[in-house]
Design a protein around this ligand. Structure first.
Ligand code: MLT
Ligand code: ZN
Length: 460
């Protein structure tokens, strides 16, 4: 440790795992955005809450910026460390601390991968229902910091709904014990909810008490080929009416093209502009029949043109792969990602307007739409054409985002639905939050983090 500040930290915390190895700096300084060159000062791997507190107190005294770091699966640059920060990796704080069968809560350390949380809940006959494709790599602390959404929001809501208690170390090194697992707590501002979705700008989550619930009944998965967005919305309304939905996702023919090229299996011959993957309770014959009736009805109305329904777990997994494999299949093109939301009812008009602008200005772009359409949450990935150089593509994408912001403003939407603002969307925060709102956000940050050391430059 050549840096005297790090030498001081090591002296104060002799058991703290601390590294300045160049491979570690590179690895822990990045997230999945891959846009910034990582350049942190060091990576710390605390094993206890006391160590996290001591690191923050040291950073406060030395004026060193702190980047809290989970699985770094974020897509907005929220976990990037490119300016001499100390990265606080929660990798070693990855245990279950308590399970309470009466409260139905699981208290965990923040570095537990989401998949491990799922497993721990299942061991008690319960589920933690927040779920998305990065479940094996992301960590629950990061999920809380970003209020992660995913494929089950339509049924269970975002991460926010499942956090019964939080311990947080603020930017002054203070440890807060927020809400303590209470269901009812009408004692003023609920500070827990300020931390959820704050992207590490207010403090570091060091412990979380998660609410669990009963597993849903057995389900089936149905894939539908849909000719138009208006028809898709009608299918959605009808499906919500007739079935108990666990998921309602969509993707376009371009997404299908890429996921098939990446090894997924074509479910049926029909080529269609849009596809829906929906999961629904199919506990008994009546529920299974309702799904078939829905399909017949939508076919009769001309809202769907083909479909496939799972009759085994393997088939359900194969249908899910068509949706969950999209991100991976696009990764080789280093897509310019957008994650937006509008009211569900505004989805067709918003898509029409946005696609018309893209067709007019960038007809050469391969634009891949997919996402959680049942939540009004659309992912718009723009793939770089082979003959456009990196700089030109970045400039074009910035213009695409400008078009997107204008279109979202017209439709009352948000520039980030679930991926967060981070670095990527920071320039556009003002298009979806008012000046008064942003001033309040800055004021809140100044109280929690007066030295401005907590994930500076992100979000605000
Ligand atoms: C998804 O819904 O698949 C994720 O948000 C990831 C992505 O947008 O690529
Ligand atoms: Zn998503």
């Amino acid at each position: 440790m050549n840096d005297p500040r790090l030498a001081e930290l090591s002296r104060a915390l002799p058991d703290l795992k601390l590294t300045t190895d160049s491979g570690d700096l590179e690895h822990y300084g990045r997230d999945w955005t891959r846009r910034w060159h990582p350049a942190p000062l060091a990576i710390a791997f605390p094993a206890t809450v006391d160590e996290v507190q001591a690191i923050v107190l040291w950073a406060f005294a030395e004026g060193v910026a702190v980047v809290p770091s989970g699985g770094r699966t974020g897509l907005s640059g929220g976990a990037v460390a490119a300016n001499g920060e100390i990265v606080v990796s929660l990798d070693r704080m990855n245990r279950v601390l308590a399970f309470d069968p009466i409260d139905r809560t699981l208290t965990v350390q923040p570095g537990m991968p989401l998949e491990a949380v799922h497993k721990a809940a299942r061991e008690h006959g319960l589920i933690y229902p927040v779920d998305f494709a990065a479940r094996g790599s992301c960590q629950v602390g990061g999920n809380i910091a970003t209020n992660a959404g995913g494929i089950r929001v339509i049924r269970y809501g975002n991460t926010r709904q499942w956090i019964a208690g939080l311990k947080v170390v603020t930017g002054t090194g203070e440890l807060l014990d927020l809400n303590r697992g209470l269901i009812k707590n009408a004692s003023g501002y609920d500070l827990r909810h300020l931390v959820i979705g704050s992207e590490g700008t207010l403090g570091i989550v060091v412990e979380a008490t998660l609410s669990l619930t009963s597993p849903p009944p057995p389900s089936q998965v149905m894939l539908l080929a849909v000719p138009a967005m208006d028809a898709l919305m009608r299918v959605f309304a009808e499906a919500r009416h007739r079935l108990t939905l666990g998921a309602f996702e969509f993707f376009t023919d371009r997404a299908l093209h890429h996921v098939l090229a990446h090894g997924a299996q074509r479910p049926f011959g029909e080529i269609s502009p849009y596809y829906v993957v929906t999961e629904f309770d199919a506990q008994d014959e009546a529920q299974q029949a309702a799904a078939l009736e829905l399909f017949e009805f939508c076919l009769g109305e001309g809202w769907v043109t083909d479909g496939a329904i799972s009759s085994s777990e393997a088939q359900a997994a194969a249908l899910w792969r068509l949706r969950e494999g999209i991100t991976e299949s696009l990764a080789q093109y280093r897509p310019y990602k957008n994650d937006v939301s509008v009211r569900i009812s505004s989805v067709p008009d918003f898509m029409r307007d946005m696609q018309a602008l893209l067709d007019a200005e960038y007809p050469q772009f391969d634009v891949v739409w997919f996402g959680h359409i049942g939540d009004g949450n659309l992912h718009i990935n723009v793939l770089k054409p082979a003959d456009v150089d990196d700089d030109r593509f970045v400039a074009q994408c910035e213009h695409v985002t400008k078009l997107l912001c204008d279109t979202l403003t017209r439709h009352g939407g948000s520039i980030s639905a679930e991926h967060g603002i981070g670095l990527v969307k920071k320039p556009y925060l003002g298009s979806v939050r008012s000046e008064a709102e942003i001033a309040l956000m800055r004021g809140i940050k100044a109280v929690w983090d007066p030295a401005g050391i907590m994930n500076p430059g992100k979000l605000l």
